[in-house]
Design a protein around this ligand. Structure first.
Ligand code: PLP
Length: 377
């Protein structure tokens, strides 16, 4: 198998699976139980929280575990609107956000909120000025992702935060850092966002766990889930201790030699750009800022056919985000590219384990697809 879809999800390392197994079978106490194994687990939870918080450079007391990145995005949006309910009902976001941001925003629009959706340029770039221009006195929330999951573009969150502080300090800023965490500089202190969403399964952690950072200036919102009072009373429900242990272990492993891992992915991306350049009709859509995502288009060849053809050879790449399940990508559509280019867009994404031999195999398969299949777009 050649797996080049690390932006969709990643395998877990043996150490991650081991700690999860141990927590499930031995350290299985409920952190709310008042006897030894419960109290020990409560302490352990805080150590795991600290590991993730340290990697995000934030106060562990402001980091809340969630069930996934989608939950973090949804929660940030509702919490920001609750906090600023007297300020206004205007939201600024971008056309290239993940559906976990865009769908709740669209739902809110149907409930009477006003939505400004900014479009990037044809390379997927977006400036802080563009975002700040859209901000009004009644803007309750700005939500802009740190790294785009289909293009790899990096967005200027710290500049947006600084601009908001000058223009409209009450407006809260959310960034979906699911694709940025441990891939690009991602310090809560430096980003200056009020909410930062993370997800474990993009960095070698298990699926089904994430975290949301909420800055101290946000009045803690009404609980997302009311009940037993876990996660500081904001998100009740018995903690997913094994998932959280796996998340923490994945963070620990990823941070070990992180600079070399990132350098490896950067070099791979450069290698892939060079290797793919020889394929006729292949266009690089964005070289972006993140080291692990490379969007390309085989102009004229429908992306789903490419994905299926390569998939039949056990080479896994994607046509846009995995969450689209075959629907055409709203992110690529937002670039306003000609139909032939947009229709042929596929994403290659890498992990620390990816090799140049895997890129070679993928490039060869794309070349064969080009040479043997009829263009249809
Ligand atoms: N945000 C971005 C940018 C993503 O890439 C993803 C996953 O694809 C999500 C949010 C959703 O994360 P999760 O799969 O943990 O719900």
């Amino acid at each position: 198998m050649i797996y080049l879809d690390y932006a969709a999800t990643t395998p877990v390392a043996r150490e991650v699976a081991d700690i999860m197994y141990q927590v499930l079978t031995e350290q299985f106490g409920n952190p709310s139980s008042q006897y030894r194994i419960g109290l020990e687990m409560k302490k352990q939870m805080e150590l795991w929280r600290k590991t993730v918080a340290d990697a995000l450079d934030c106060d562990p007391g402001r980091l809340f575990f969630t069930s996934c990145g989608t939950e973090g995005d949804n929660w940030a949006i509702t919490a920001a609107l609750w906090h600023n309910r007297r300020l206004g009902r205007h939201i600024v976001t971008t056309a290239v956000e993940h559906s976990a941001v865009l769908e709740p925003c669209r739902w809110l629009e149907r409930q009477g909120y006003e939505l400004t959706v900014l479009s990037p340029d044809s390379q997927g770039n977006l400036t802080a000025e563009q975002v700040l221009e859209a901000v009004r006195p009644d803007t309750a929330l700005v939500s802009v992702m740190l790294v785009n999951n289909e293009l790899g573009n990096l967005y200027p969150i710290a500049d947006i935060a600084r601009g908001l502080a000058a223009k409209n300090p009450q407006t809260l800023l959310h960034t979906d850092a699911v694709q940025g965490f441990l891939k690009v500089p991602c310090s809560a202190r430096n980003l200056g966002a009020d909410f930062i969403t993370l997800s474990a399964h993009k960095i070698g952690g298990p699926k089904g766990v994430g975290a949301l950072y909420i800055s101290p200036r946000v009045k803690l919102p009404k609980p997302l889930l009311a009940g037993g009072g876990q996660e500081g009373g904001l998100r009740s429900g018995t903690e997913a201790t094994a998932q959280i242990a796996g998340f923490s272990k994945a963070v620990e492993l990823r941070r070990d030699g992180l600079a070399e891992k990132l350098r490896h992915m950067e070099l791979l991306k450069a290698y892939a750009v060079e290797r793919l350049a020889s394929i006729p009709d292949l266009k690089i859509l964005s070289t972006g800022g993140a080291p692990h995502i490379l969007p390309v288009s085989l102009e004229g060849w429908p992306s789903q056919n490419i994905v299926n053809d390569l998939g039949s050879q056990d080479i896994f790449i994607s046509a846009g985000s995995a969450c689209h399940r075959g629907k055409s990508s709203h992110v690529v559509a937002a670039l306003g590219l000609p139909k032939k280019v947009a229709g042929g867009a596929v994403r290659l994404s890498f992990g620390p384990e990816t090799t140049t031999a895997e890129i070679d195999a993928c490039a060869d398969a794309l070349r064969v697809h080009h040479d043997t299949r009829m263009p249809m777009l």
